[in-house]
Design a protein around this ligand. Structure first.
Ligand SMILES: [Zn+2]
Length: 108
């Protein structure tokens, strides 16, 4: 992912988050920086998005977040348990992960 795909701005994402991946573009709050691990995390989301034709990714993401929110009653805990986030957090430190990642790995 090139630096061109990172957009620093004052609106997105909400303050508790470092970055948000919208259609393969990474939005980062002004004054914050992405580490290689953060970038790898966002790249994993881009791979997930491609597999679900982008729209499917966002629909699934929001529905699962909603369901988990009802279960945990905690925004951050629900977020961390979304299957896309679990795959991304579990593998973000492995810089070669995307080279060997299986199709629909987030389903496991
Ligand atoms: Zn994430």
């Amino acid at each position: 992912m090139s630096e061109r795909m990172i957009i620093y701005n004052r609106l997105l994402p909400p303050p508790r988050f470092l970055a948000i991946n919208l259609f393969g573009l990474i939005f980062v709050r002004h004054g914050r920086r992405l580490s290689d691990v953060d970038l790898n995390h966002e790249r994993i989301h881009t791979a997930q998005m491609v597999e679900l034709l982008v729209v499917g990714f966002y629909l699934w993401y929001l529905v699962e977040w909603g369901v988990l929110l009802m279960r945990f009653r905690n925004v951050m805990r629900a977020y961390r348990n979304i299957r896309f986030e679990r795959e991304a957090y579990e593998n973000e430190r492995d810089m070669n992960y995307l080279k060997s990642r299986k199709f629909w790995a987030w389903m496991r």
